[in-house]
Ligand binder design. Structure first.
Ligand SMILES: [Zn+2]
Length: 420
C-alpha cells in the first residue's frame, strides 16, 4: 500500500534561501491565480458566458504573461507554481460546492509555507535518495535528519514549520504481519482522558496546552508589546511559533501511540463519529477537544487500520453511548458532563463514565446497539439482526433499513425492563 511519509530536512543556509525562494514563487503564482479568478467572477456578474479558467488555463497564462515579467520564476522548479495553481483551483472547486470558504490570498511569512517538486524526465531524474540525503531539482543534495531506506519517489512537498523544514512523499510499503485472534475494541474519546478503551486501557491526555499555557501567554504578550515590523518582534514571533510547534508535536506523538495500539492489536476499532463543529461551539468542551485533535485522531486511525488490516467503524453520532448502562442496558437520559461516574438506577452498577461509554461503543453495530443480553427477544428491529455478532447478510439487511436510532434505543431499554 502507498503511505505518506514526512521527515525533517537539515538544509544549509544556501538551501534554506532556495527553499524560501520556491515558497515565494508558489505563493506568488497562487495569489496571481486567485486575483485572476476573482476578476473572472466579477466579469461573470454581467456576462454569464465568461468561463472560469481551469488550472491548465491558468498555468498557460502564467507562462505567457507573468513569468517574463519576473525573471526569478526561472530560478525555481517549474512544478512549484504549476502545483500551486492546481491547488488553488481545487480550493475554488471546494468553495463552489460550498464545502469550504473562499480561498484567501497567502501572506508572506505566515505558517503553511510549502512547495511541490517533481521528478522531471526519466533521462534526467531530479529527485534522488541515497539513504542519508535527498536530491531535489534546482536545489541539490539536502541532508536528512533520520536515515531513510533508499527508495524512489516521483514527487514531494517541502514545507516549513517555524524554522524547521520537512519533506513529505508517498512510499509503497509492504503490509506488516497481522497478529492472529485480535479482539474488537470500543474507544471513547474522553474529556478528562485522551481515550478510554472498552478493555479498560486508559490513555492520559498530554494536556500540552495547559502545561505550557503560562509560557505561551508570556510569549504572546511579548509579541504584542513589540513594535510592528521591528526585529525584536520578529524574534518574539519566531519563539512563539517554536512553542506552538513543540506543543503540537507532543499532542501528535500521544495520538500516534494511541492509534497504533488500537489498529495493531484489534481486528475492529469502533469510535464515535463526533461532530467536531457542534462540539467546538460548546465552550466548556472546546479546550479539551482542541487539545486532543479529533480530526488527526480519525485521520491516523483511517490509514493505520488499513495498514494493519483491521476495520474502523464509526458509531452513529446520535448513539447515546454515555447514557446507557453497559451492564444491564438500562437507558438513562441525562448525563451532564460534570458527572464522572455512571450510576445505574436499574442494576446499581457504578463505573467510570468513559469506560461505560466505550463498552457501549464496542457493542454497537451498524445502526443498532446490541446489548450483551441480546438473546432476549428484544424489539423487532434488534431481534432481526440476531445475537451478538451478526453475519454479513444481516449487516446489509440492517444497512438498508431506515432506522430512527433514538427510538430504537428507547424501545430496547423498555423491552429489557419487561424481561429483566
Ligand atoms: Zn444497569
Amino acid at each position: 500500500m502507498l503511505l505518506s511519509f514526512k521527515t525533517e530536512l537539515k538544509p544549509n543556509n544556501r538551501q534554506v534561501t532556495k527553499f524560501r525562494q520556491h515558497c515565494g514563487v508558489a505563493r506568488h503564482a497562487y495569489n496571481w491565480g486567485n486575483s485572476i479568478i476573482l476578476e473572472t467572477l466579477t466579469a461573470r456578474e454581467t456576462d454569464k458566458t465568461v468561463k472560469i479558467p481551469s488550472a491548465i488555463d491558468l498555468h498557460k497564462r502564467l507562462v505567457a504573461e507573468v513569468k517574463p515579467l519576473y525573471p526569478w520564476y526561472y530560478e525555481s522548479s517549474k512544478a512549484s507554481p504549476q502545483q500551486a495553481l492546481a491547488e488553488l483551483r481545487t480550493a475554488w472547486d471546494r468553495c463552489f460546492k460550498k464545502v469550504s470558504k473562499q480561498p484567501r490570498f497567502k501572506k508572506k511569512g505566515a505558517s503553511g509555507d510549502s512547495f511541490y517538486l517533481e521528478q522531471g524526465t526519466k533521462a534526467k531524474p531530479g529527485i534522488n535518495n541515497d539513504g542519508k540525503r535527498v536530491k531535489l531539482p534546482k536545489i541539490g543534495w539536502v541532508r536528512l535528519h533520520e536515515p531513510l531506506p533508499v527508495t524512489a519517489f516521483h514527487n514531494c512537498v517541502i514545507s516549513r514549520k517555524s524554522d524547521r523544514w520537512f519533506i513529505s512523499f508517498k512510499w509503497e510499503i509492504e503490509q506488516p504481519e497481522i497478529l492472529p485472534n485480535r479482539p474488537t475494541v470500543g474507544v471513547d474519546i474522553g474529556i478528562k482522558e485522551l481515550a478510554v478503551c472498552s478493555n479498560g486501557q486508559t490513555f492520559a491526555n498530554p494536556k500540552a496546552y495547559r502545561r505550557m499555557s503560562r509560557k505561551m501567554k508570556r510569549l504572546q504578550r511579548r509579541v504584542s508589546k513589540r513594535v510592528k515590523g521591528s526585529n525584536n518582534r520578529k524574534k518574539a514571533v519566531s519563539k512563539l511559533a517554536k512553542l506552538h510547534l513543540k506543543i503540537s508535536n507532543i499532542r501528535k506523538d500521544s495520538i500516534h501511540k494511541l492509534t497504533t495500539y488500537l489498529a495493531k492489536n484489534h481486528s475492529e476499532v469502533k469510535i464515535e463519529d463526533l461532530n467536531v463543529k457542534a462540539f467546538l461551539k460548546n465552550h466548556k468542551l472546546a479546550g479539551a477537544i482542541a487539545d486532543c485533535g479529533m480530526y488527526e485522531f480519525k485521520r491516523q486511525l483511517e490509514y493505520k487500520t488499513q495498514k494493519f488490516g483491521s476495520k474502523l467503524t464509526l458509531v452513529d453520532r446520535f448513539f447515546p453511548s454515555s447514557q446507557i448502562c453497559s451492564t444491564c442496558c438500562h437507558h438513562r437520559h441525562k448525563m451532564p458532563l460534570k458527572v464522572r461516574a455512571f450510576e445505574c438506577p436499574n442494576c446499581g452498577n457504578i463505573q467510570d463514565r468513559d469506560l461505560n461509554a466505550s463498552r457501549n461503543i464496542e457493542r454497537w453495530f451498524e445502526g443498532i446497539f446490541i446489548p450483551e443480553k441480546s438473546e432476549l427477544a428484544v424489539s423487532s428491529t434488534v431481534s432481526a439482526c440476531g445475537v451478538d455478532k451478526p453475519d454479513s447478510s444481516h449487516a446489509t439487511a440492517t444497512m438498508n433499513q431506515e432506522i430512527n436510532t433514538k427510538i430504537t434505543y428507547v424501545q430496547l431499554s423498555l423491552d429489557l425492563g419487561n424481561y429483566g
